[in-house]
Design a protein around this ligand. Sequence first.
Ligand code: GLU
Length: 432
Amino acid sequence: MATVSKTLTRSMPSLAPREDLNPYRISQMQFDIAAEYLKLDAGLRQVLRTPKRIMEVAIPIKLDNGQVKVFTGFRVQHNVARGPAKGGMRYHPSVTLDEVKALAAWMAWKTATVNIPFGGGKGGVICDPKRMSKGELERMTRRFTSEILPIIGPDRDIPAPDVYTDSQTMAWIMDTYSMTVGHTALGVVTGKPISLGGSLGRNEATARGCLNVVEEACKIKRINLRGATVVVQGFGNAGSIAARLFLEKKAKIIALSDSRGGVHNPRGLDPLKAQRFKERTGSVVGMPGGARISNEDLLTLKCDILIPAALENAVTLENAEQIQAKIVAEAANGPTTPRADEVLARKNIFLLPDILANAGGVTVSYFEWVQNMYGYKWSEEEVNQKLEATMKRAFADVYETSRKYHVHMRTAAYILAVGRVADATMVRGLFP
Ligand code: GLU
């Protein structure tokens, strides 16, 4: 019966008003809500909602077949009032300037939510890394770095991994930058290999930070993480490691997915097996021990904790009403639209917004940068302890704000973050 009605609804033109899925406009809507609560004056609003600097570059490289191809890359610095710009580099075919602008703004609010002394930036290259060789990726990364070199640096803007970039990408950026400036500059990127000034714990940090705040949310929702059912959408750095860490806490991973589709087993799946299967076949789809499920159906499974860990716009007006999770923890950036937020709030679903739930990555990036700048070497336990303290403090701050203003957790995080950046901006004053 349920299947029939679902099919019918899908084949009928949607009666719901269409919503704006442009990530940049979404990020501005989220900002505007907070600005209204904070009663920011019009001038300050303009300053904070506009990216400080946008750079678009052409990246010509020689492909393995001898042909030349020109890629397009972006680096956006949204705000640097509280410190250097900070944020990842994304390699994906669907990268757009508006997406990078949104991601840069989200980084500015994220660093402010966890209160680390950085601003927000982001970079992206329109490319399909799955169809490029390692040599092509290296040449593209080095040329991209060289093009944006004037605006990056340990005290200007510090890139890090994001979708389809990793520690190797960071090593190439660091080397290109260092060779150009004439000295080894470890602090120019974070998420580096451990052998090259990377921090212990950085690779797992996004997922670990997500776990830290889910633990806090579970206390409020009176959910025992042991035995809690968890659904993970996306199996990259954040999603695959989150699945593993939640399993270590004895939660049950009942479904997981990647860009090609998902697997589902109400009795639980083994994320390590999924990882090995994906390494061999390129996807978790078809792994033994679970039934196939589409990404669409996976999101609406009944579960305690839903972790969107893929791309933007996973939870929209189209499916928000059907979400059955008690907690939604956004390991991805921008997975829920503002209209879907309203639906989740009405359904009393506890939302851990991206700028809090996935801030563990940039938090340990900050620890990496501090270690690089001072020549420290911290143990993994030390890093994890500092991360947990930061995440729990941020959760408490956001939760308290949500109680004070009677708003849901996303708006609370924005009120906190925008308020912090606004204070820094006002006390600095306008130059000249
Ligand atoms: N790309 C990650 C994010 O979206 C990490 C950024 C960083 O470490 O600077 O938060």
